[in-house]
Design a protein around this ligand. Structure first.
Ligand code: FCB
Length: 462
């Protein structure tokens, strides 16, 4: 047991656009990320996912590598525009076959496939019709899901509808730093609601035809006030509702958080009773992506109380993140705060009830040696990050949280969205020029953790 249940799921995660490459191969249509990354000025050094980890061609060797690392589960995502190049209508069988082969190979090697239907890459053809702003997106999504499920629905034991809807709406539609690059509070509010409608519509469609588990993946982080000033406490509460409660309250409590009309102002849409009921469609598990803590302060305000400052400060929830210099930060500037994982897992249980939980992503970008040294890539900071967070996960289990598994982000160094290839999250190093894969010391450490079901957490590291 070692503090982890005997059937604890040890896995690693990736997503389609971040690793596959060949985005237009064999009849696939372009996604909004393909289009966004090819628009000048949107990503670090203009980097895009045209090659990425070339997983579309190297999938078989990659599954062999997963087996070598002892992974029990693999979380990946399906590219909607490979399966349906125009987002709806004609099926691209070759695109679907890619995922069928991947799933077969995973099952053959005894690795549980965990598939996410939407990890941020919307077919560009649907973006042209308004994307998530269009209320029809719920049906588009459910129709796409049905196509995938006809081939894979019961062969994959664990399905996630959406990955991190908060990031889709906040980065994609509020701040414009992700595809589709829009900057509008009005759009963000509507997109958030439509994402939840799409999620719930797909869950209902799944129940009608398949019988495995289906859930949602959200990113959560504990919010703490930067100072005890009432303004900062209030900014902290707004940020907490905005990030942590926005997508969970409607599912588990039947309504959006109480401060929303104020946070979004007149941009907040009228929610119909039918939508409210739809959003409460039960799910089988919740996936939580956990990376960091958010230390929050209020933004500067004019004499009339209006928020002032840069674009981030003048958009909901009118809070800014403060850096605690005493703490350790990753290469993306994210604060390392393992205790926050225990806290957020306990908070979910307390607020939303005792449903099965998975940590569906957790990991860190650190500066690693750019190439193996004597065949090794030593990444002691990532090992420490991993250990700290697994201890925090174990603490949550001891506190009674129904945590069923943990997926490290990421199996590979990959395309970190607008940050490009420079920010490496992998357990496995990828040389992007040669596509050589080298398991880092953290991967070897993780293999040992899996082998001992967590017993080696206390041991000296390799
Ligand atoms: C999460 C995303 C994932 C990856 C990590 C670092 O927000 O789900 O694709 O980019 O962050």
């Amino acid at each position: 047991m070692n503090g982890f249940p005997d059937d604890f799921v040890w896995g690693a995660a990736t997503s389609a656009y971040q690793i596959e490459g060949s985005p237009l191969a064999e009849g696939a249509g372009p996604s909004n990320w393909h289009r966004f990354a090819h628009t000048p000025g949107t990503t670090e050094n203009g980097e895009h996912g045209d090659l990425a980890c070339d997983h579309y061609r190297r999938w078989k060797d990659d599954v062999a590598l997963m087996a070598d690392l002892g992974l029990r589960a693999y979380r990946f995502s399906i590219s909607w525009s490979r399966v349906l190049p125009s987002g709806r209508g004609a099926i691209n069988q070759k695109g679907l076959d890619f995922y069928c082969r991947l799933v077969d190979e995973l099952l053959r090697r005894g690795i549980h496939p965990c598939a996410t239907l939407y990890h941020w890459d919307l077919p560009a053809a649907l973006d042209d019709q308004g994307g998530w702003l269009n209320r029809d997106s719920a049906e588009w999504f459910a129709d796409y899901a049905r196509v995938v499920w006809r081939s894979l629905g019961d062969r994959v034991p664990m399905w996630a509808t959406l990955n991190e809807p908060w990031v889709v709406m906040d980065a994609g539609y509020m701040h414009g730093v992700h595809a589709p690059g829009h900057r509008s509070v009005h759009e963000a509010a509507r997109v958030a609601h439509n994402l939840l409608r799409a999620h719930a519509t797909a869950v209902q469609a799944y129940r009608a035809s398949c019988s495995q588990k289906i859930g949602l993946v959200v990113n959560l982080e504990p919010k703490e006030p930067a100072t005890p000033r009432p303004e900062d406490l209030d900014a902290c509460e707004r940020s907490h509702q905005y990030m942590n409660q926005q997508f969970l309250d409607p599912i588990f409590r039947g309504s959006y958080p109480d401060r929303f009309p104020e946070i979004y102002g007149e941009a907040w849409p009228e929610i119909s009773e039918a939508d409210r009921r739809l959003l409460q469609t039960p799910i089988d598990f919740l996936g939580i992506n956990y990376y960091k803590r958010g230390l929050m302060a209020d933004v500067a305000r004019s004499s009339t109380g209006r928020p002032e400052g840069d674009r981030m400060a003048t958009m909901p929830p009118y809070a800014r993140e403060v850096r605690d210099p005493a703490r350790w930060h990753t290469e993306l500037g994210w604060e390392v705060f393992p205790d926050g994982l225990t806290r957020i897992l306990c908070w979910v249980k307390e607020r939303y009830g005792d449903l099965p939980l998975y940590v569906t992503e957790n990991g860190a970008a650190f500066y690693d040696p750019p190439a193996p040294i004597a065949g090794r890539i030593d990444d002691p900071m990532r090992i420490e990050y991993l250990r700290g967070h697994l201890i925090a996960a174990r603490d949550a289990i001891s506190a009674g949280v129904n945590l069923r598994g943990y997926f490290a982000w990421s199996l590979f160094d990959n395309y970190e969205w607008a940050a490009g290839y420079g920010k490496r999250f992998g357990l496995v190093h990828v040389d992007f020029a040669t596509q050589a894969r080298t398991p880092k010391a953290s991967a070897l450490c993780y293999r040992e953790l899996i082998r001992t079901n967590g017993a080696s957490l206390g041991a000296t590291l390799p």
